[in-house]
Design a protein around this ligand. Structure first.
Ligand code: OFO
Length: 175
């Protein structure tokens, strides 16, 4: 059984994951408008992932006898300065999510809620991977630089990274 505090905090995390999904979908739409097809595909996949993160929390709260609250989602921005600052925003958002997960883990310890503590370890690992991925994208963008065809090369690189991520998702789990 979840304490009221834990249930509330997990529901707040549902809202944060849902917003991430909406934000990334809005970014995908902007990328499409800009002709950045590789980046659009990457952001759609990220948006789907966030929806899964949300549903995982939903199922957990329900399984624990709590009430999962489907949140109202704030409208995300629809316009972004450029692809470089858009990916910076993604990285910043992921750091915010990591902070929130860390707070949840701390709360689960404080409440002696070992079940939630264990459940949240999946998110700890996921955030480590997400931050590493977003940092790598920042590094690649810097390496490509600001030459005349840089947007083209950035988009190709994001497309390549997206394919790698899809392959990882489809790989059978390690023994
Ligand atoms: Fe679920 O916040 Fe990103 O990964």
């Amino acid at each position: 059984m979840l304490t009221k505090k834990m249930e509330k905090a997990l529901n707040e995390q549902i809202a944060l994951e849902a917003y991430a999904s909406w934000l990334y979908l809005a970014m995908a739409s902007w990328c499409d408008q800009e002709g950045l097809e590789g980046s659009a595909a990457f952001m759609i996949r990220q948006s789907d992932e966030e929806m899964d993160h949300m549903k995982r929390l939903y199922s957990y709260i329900t399984e624990m006898g709590g009430t999962a609250i489907v949140p109202g989602i704030k409208k995300p921005p629809t316009d972004f300065k450029n692809v470089v600052s858009m990916f910076q925003k993604v990285y910043d958002h992921e750091k915010k999510v990591t902070h929130s997960i860390n707070e949840l883990v701390a709360l689960s310890s404080k409440e002696h809620d070992h079940s939630s503590f264990n459940f949240l370890q999946w998110y700890v690992e996921e955030q480590r991977e997400e931050e590493a991925l977003m940092r790598m994208i920042q590094d690649r963008i810097k390496l490509i630089g600001k030459g005349p065809q840089s947007l083209y090369y950035i988009d190709k690189e994001i497309q390549r990274i997206n394919m790698e991520e899809i392959k990882k998702e489809q790989a059978p789990p390690a023994e």
